[in-house]
Design a protein around this ligand. Structure first.
Ligand code: NDP
Length: 332
């Protein structure tokens, strides 16, 4: 059972000193527990925040502990009344090949309906974030202009497609021509902005000439500022994340244009997807239906080998991935 342990808290980007891969025995299930053979680990930007020793919505991962992560796999031993050997579960198994757990907060999944990685992507935490963030926090309405950053990623790509399904004009912001072409040609976005090669202010004006009703913020920083400057009256800004700042070693400046919220009677609202768990089932049903109808496309970028955890994780910050980033750590 290979495990990735947090060895030292990183300053800036995680490096070789941050984690250690160790070998442990395959755990045994105690009463009320299952052992899950983990096929896929979810790599999420939030994991960077969980490594900081500061107050947040979850306690930090402790030094010497298995790195926290979402996962999906197969039950290989059960002393739990609700689960049997051969069931597939998704939950919080951490970066390791086998997890013993009481399965609180885990869900049973069916690998015959969609592939296992989809259960930690579009039908898992990132997809739920997109769904509740754009519908309940963003409160999008038909005909509105919706701008999304991190648009080619796990959350952004789904938030944008849901906004299209609901009849909005959708413009995505992503790094590079390939991702921008993907947004328009594959996902049906109305416009795309390559923030690495375009002036972001001018590009938002070009793509959203009437302004932005809803800006779904995944990145923070200069892009948030540019979006605020283009907000329409009664605009909403779901604050989902700020990946541009997660590895910052300097203080965070801004947003400078926050008074646009005042002028436009706008709202910026943060949310944490863990608060919506009781409604996941309903959302997953609706999203599964959209997928079956071909209205919602799910894309996973799967890499292999628990030894490659760090290099793969860093792709979240370099942008060298498309869709939901997943690490396969055990064969089926
Ligand atoms: P993604 O799949 O979108 O991967 C991260 C992407 O961020 C990269 O592919 C890269 O895309 C982009 N990026 C990285 N660095 C920068 C930067 N400096 N400036 C702009 N873009 C950058 O990740 P997720 O979809 O899983 O997560 C997206 C956001 O949602 C994160 O901020 C995350 O923390 C947040 N989140 C919040 C939750 C909540 O409950 N509030 C729950 C889940 C996620 P590109 O190539 O386009 O630069």
């Amino acid at each position: 059972n290979k495990q990735v342990i947090l060895k030292q808290r990183p300053v800036g980007l995680p490096d070789e000193s941050t984690w250690e891969t160790v070998k442990a025995d395959i755990p045994a299930a105690k009463d009320g527990e299952v052992v899950v053979k983990q096929h896929y680990i979810s790599l999420d930007p939030a994991m960077r925040g969980w490594m900081n020793d500061s107050k947040s919505y979850l306690p930090p991962v402790g030094i010497g502990e298995v790195m926290r992560a979402g996962s999906v796999g197969e039950v290989v031993e059960s002393k739990h009344p609700d689960f049997q050997v051969g069931d597939y579960l998704s939950g919080w198994g951490g970066v390791q090949q086998y997890a013993a757990t009481d399965a609180k907060g885990w869900f049973k999944v069916d690998p015959n309906l969609v592939s296992l990685p989809t259960y930690i992507g579009t039908l898992g935490m990132p997809g739920m974030t997109a769904y509740f963030g754009i519908l309940e926090v963003g409160k999008i309405k038909e005909g509105e202009t919706v701008l999304i950053s991190g648009a080619a990623g796990a959350v952004g790509s789904i938030a944008g497609q849901i906004a299209k399904i609901k009849g909005c004009k959708v413009v995505g912001i992503a790094g590079g021509a390939e991702k921008c072409a993907y947004l328009k040609d594959e996902l049906g976005f109305d416009g795309a902005i390559d923030y690495k090669n375009e002036d972001i202010q001018a590009a938002i004006k070009r793509e959203c000439p009437k302004g932005v009703d809803v800006y779904f913020d995944n990145v923070g920083g200069d892009i948030l500022d540019a979006a605020l400057a283009n907000l329409r009256m009664h605009g909403r800004v779901p604050l989902c994340g700020a990946i541009s700042q997660y590895n910052s070693t300097e203080g965070i400046a801004g947003p400078k244009n926050y008074l646009s919220l005042l002028v436009n009677r706008g709202t910026m609202q943060g949310f944490i997807i863990l608060d919506y768990v009781k409604d996941y089932q309903k959302a997953a049903m609706e999203m599964g239906t959209w997928m079956a109808q071909g209205k919602l496309k799910s894309r996973e970028d799967v890499h292999e080998g628990i030894e490659n955890f760090r290099e793969t994780f860093l792709r979240l910050f370099s942008g060298e991935k498309l869709g939901k980033l997943v690490l396969k750590v055990m064969d089926n």
